[in-house]
Design a protein around this ligand. Structure first.
Ligand SMILES: NC(=O)c1ccc[n+]([C@@H]2O[C@H](COP(=O)([O-])OP(=O)(O)OC[C@H]3O[C@@H](n4cnc5c(N)ncnc54)[C@H](OP(=O)(O)O)[C@@H]3O)[C@@H](O)[C@H]2O)c1
Length: 287
C-alpha cells in the first residue's frame, strides 16, 4: 500500500513543528501548511514539502487538500471566530475526500456549546469523514515561546489572572507524539482525547519552578481580568482574542484545568513529560 499523505496545518506552530519530523520519521508523506512558505522552509528545513495555506484565502485550499489522505487541523490560536474560519476549510477537506481529520481543540471545550472551538468540533462530528479530536490542557510552552514568554524574559513578575487555580500543564512534544500516533493508525477514529501533564500546578508553583532554573528570581503576581486585559492590549492582542484568553483563565480559576488524566500515558505507553524537566531545559537554553 502506498504511504499515506498527511497535510499538517499550523506546521510552524508549537505542536506542528514537533509533529512534522515525527510523521516523516514514521515514513509518511507530509506537506507542511503555512501562510509564509519562505519562513516555513527556514524553520522546518528541506526534508518536508511546504505549501501555502491560509484559512483566510480559499484559493490556497485545493492544492493542499486534493493531495491529502489525512489532515492535522490546527485552528489559529485564541481566535474568537475559528468556527467560521475553520468551518469553510473543513468543508473543502470533506469535499476533497480527505479520509481522516485530527482536530487540535482544547481541554474543557466539550463542556461548552457557544464556544467557537466547540462549534468546530460539532461541525467535524457531523461529517462522514473519520475524525479524532485532541483536547490538550494549557501548554508548558506558553511560558516559552508562547504568550507568557515576554513577561518571563523581562524578568517578571509574571502577572496572570489565574488566582490560585491549578493546571495540569502539558508539553507540546507529548501532544505532537499523540497526534503522530493517531495519524498513523485507526485506533482513535471517533474519539476525543483529553491530554494533560502528570501533575497540577498553581501558576505560583509553575513560575517558582522556572525561576529555580534561572539566574535571577522571577515571581508570580495574580492580577484581575481588567489588569490583564491592559497587559494584553499593550502586547497588541485584539479584543476578540483577549476575550478568549480571559475565558481560559476563568476556567483555570474555576478548577476546570486541574484534573490529571491518563490520556498521554495510555496512548504513548510512558508518563507525560514533567514541568520540572521543561523548566530545566528552558534554564539551560537561556543560560
Ligand atoms: N496554546 C495553548 O496552550 C493551547 C492549549 C490547548 C489547545 N491549543 C490549540 O492549539 C491551537 C493553536 O494554538 P498554539 O498556541 O499552538 O498556536 P501557535 O503555536 O502560536 O501556532 C500558530 C500557528 O497558526 C498558524 N496560523 C495562524 N493564522 C493562520 C491562518 N489564517 N491560516 C493558516 N494558518 C494560520 C501559523 O502558521 P503560519 O504563521 O506559518 O501561517 C502558526 O503555525 C489553538 O487554537 C487551540 O486549538 C492551544
Amino acid at each position: 500500500m502506498a504511504e499515506e499523505k498527511v497535510l499538517v496545518t499550523g506546521a510552524t506552530g508549537k505542536v506542528g513543528r514537533e509533529l512534522v519530523p515525527l510523521l516523516l520519521d514514521a515514513g509518511l508523506e507530509v506537506k507542511a501548511g503555512t501562510r509564509d512558505p519562505e519562513r516555513a522552509r527556514r524553520l522546518l528545513g528541506s526534508k518536508v514539502e511546504v505549501v501555502e495555506l491560509n484559512y483566510a484565502r480559499t484559493e490556497t485550499y485545493s492544492h493542499a487538500l486534493t493531495w491529502a489522505d489525512r489532515v492535522f487541523l490546527m485552528p489559529p490560536p485564541f481566535s474568537p471566530d475559528s468556527d467560521s474560519v475553520i468551518g469553510a476549510f473543513l468543508d473543502w477537506a470533506v469535499a476533497a475526500r480527505v479520509r481522516h481529520v485530527v482536530l487540535l481543540s482544547g481541554m474543557t471545550v466539550g463542556d461548552w456549546t457557544d464556544l467557537a472551538l466547540r462549534k468546530v468540533e460539532l461541525h467535524l462530528e457531523r461529517q462522514d469523514t473519520d475524525h479524532t479530536i485532541l483536547r490538550p490542557n494549557l501548554y508548558m510552552q506558553n511560558f516559552h515561546p508562547g504568550f507568557i514568554s515576554r513577561q518571563l524574559q523581562d524578568g517578571g513578575p509574571v502577572r496572570l489572572p489565574a488566582g490560585q487555580g491549578r493546571v495540569s500543564l502539558v508539553d507540546v512534544r507529548d501532544v505532537a507524539a499523540v497526534a503522530a500516533q493517531v495519524l498513523t493508525g485507526e485506533d482513535h477514529f471517533g474519539s476525543a482525547l483529553t491530554l494533560t501533564g502528570s501533575s497540577a500546578l498553581s501558576m505560583q508553583e509553575a513560575v517558582g519552578i522556572i525561576s529555580s532554573f534561572l539566574p535571577g528570581t522571577v515571581a508570580y503576581q495574580p492580577v484581575s481580568d481588567e489588569e490583564y486585559r491592559a497587559i494584553l492590549e499593550e502586547e497588541g492582542w485584539r479584543d476578540g482574542e483577549i476575550q478568549v484568553i480571559l475565558g481560559l483563565f476563568e476556567s483555570i480559576r474555576a478548577g476546570g484545568r486541574e484534573p490529571v488524566l491518563p490520556g498521554v500515558e495510555e496512548i504513548l505507553g510512558r508518563p507525560p513529560r514533567t514541568f520540572q524537566a521543561f523548566a530545566r531545559e528552558l534554564g539551560e537554553d537561556w543560560s
